[in-house]
Design a protein around this ligand. Sequence first.
Ligand code: PLP
Length: 293
Amino acid sequence: MAGVSAALAVLWFSPDGERTLGHELVDPAAPLLSALDLSATRGDGIFESISVGDGHPQALEAHLARFARSAAMLDLPAPDAGAWRAAIVAVAGAIDPVPESFVKIVLTRGIEGGGVPSGWAYATASPDASAARTRGIHVVMLDRGVRHDVAQTSPWLLAGAKTLSYAVNRAAVREAARRGADDVVFVSSDGYLLEGPTANVVLLRDGRLLTPPLDAGILPGTTQADLFDWAPTRRLEPVYELLRPQDLLDADAAWLVSSVRHAAPIRAVDHAEVPVDRELSDAMNAFLRGRTG
Ligand code: PLP
């Protein structure tokens, strides 16, 4: 029998869009969206990517909480956590067992003028991140063009919401590739480290793990949060602090961290090398990989 490499569940909503009625497993290769869906025409919706380790969705409640927060920021109907949890578990369990997979959940504003959201959950095996986790990555610092307090001054820009409008984030990664690098660390127009296009930045300095404050117009990362909970087991103090590009260049070690890649050590920033702490990176990835909740 052919293996099942992907699974898709469609969420059903009441006609007023307020209630989630449940989910249905459908053929992941079948057409799903109307050409009028606002996700396709305007990028108007939200998503989450949840890593699944040996069948266990990881940081699931944190992802559901952030999904609800993004929905509120976009004035979308509040997601029904129970219905989404059930869909996530269903698709994660419907694919052939692999050590690492992920579930992507999407909630859109639906068809223009209709008032009924669209939603789905999709599971498949994760891309192989072992090279990034062991050899490390080369990043470039790029100006994001907004101040670090943009979330407070201009909330309509949706800084810190996980929206479907990721074209800018993809363009930044292409710019990194043009410069011969793998990824990006965004810097605010007033000179503070922010985050990567799909990851948070974590630095090691003098026995402290540092990351920018969560209100600095960045996505509050579930991976960074789990690493900060774990840090004291390694006698590391977790600290939220405004950081400058020089802090990254002077760090004892640094990482981009996110759900599917886990912790990718940064080995170079622009043209400067950054030390890689292989032992700590391996310990971080073993912890992240082993999470069962
Ligand atoms: N920042 C951005 C912009 C992201 O897109 C992501 C994840 O995709 C993250 C940070 C890391 O979040 P998490 O660790 O929850 O995956």
